[in-house]
Design a protein around this ligand. Structure first.
Ligand code: FES
Length: 105
């Protein structure tokens, strides 16, 4: 597992917002829900749809292509047509910066 790497400033991301970040050549979508931050790959496991462009409802992100839903907290696929989780990454906040540690998935 890699080290925590800086992703963005806390002040760059409002409650309910998301942003794409590149971490170690990997494109990750970072979400803020309340004071919590979640990071998953920007890739739907059904057919590669960009999850960063989906609709967020509570902790569910819906793929904009065919509607599969994923839990942003752990990357689990919640509905068809996706059957496999997308990679989820650990986050932490330190001194006003959000950090992400890439998983090995
Ligand atoms: S590419 Fe995401 S549901 Fe098909």
């Amino acid at each position: 597992m890699s080290d925590f790497l800086p992703a963005c400033k806390v002040s760059d991301l409002g409650d309910g917002e998301r942003r794409l970040v590149e971490i170690d050549d990997r494109i990750v979508v970072l979400f803020r829900v309340g004071e919590s931050y979640y990071a998953i790959d920007d890739v739907c496991t059904h057919d590669g749809g960009p999850l960063s462009e989906g609709t967020l409802d509570d902790f569910r992100i819906a793929c904009p292509r065919h509607g599969a839903q994923f839990d942003i907290r752990d990357g689990r696929a919640l509905t068809m047509p996706a059957t496999r989780a997308t990679a989820a990454h650990e986050t932490k906040v330190d001194d006003g910066t959000v950090y992400v540690r890439l998983s090995d998935d």
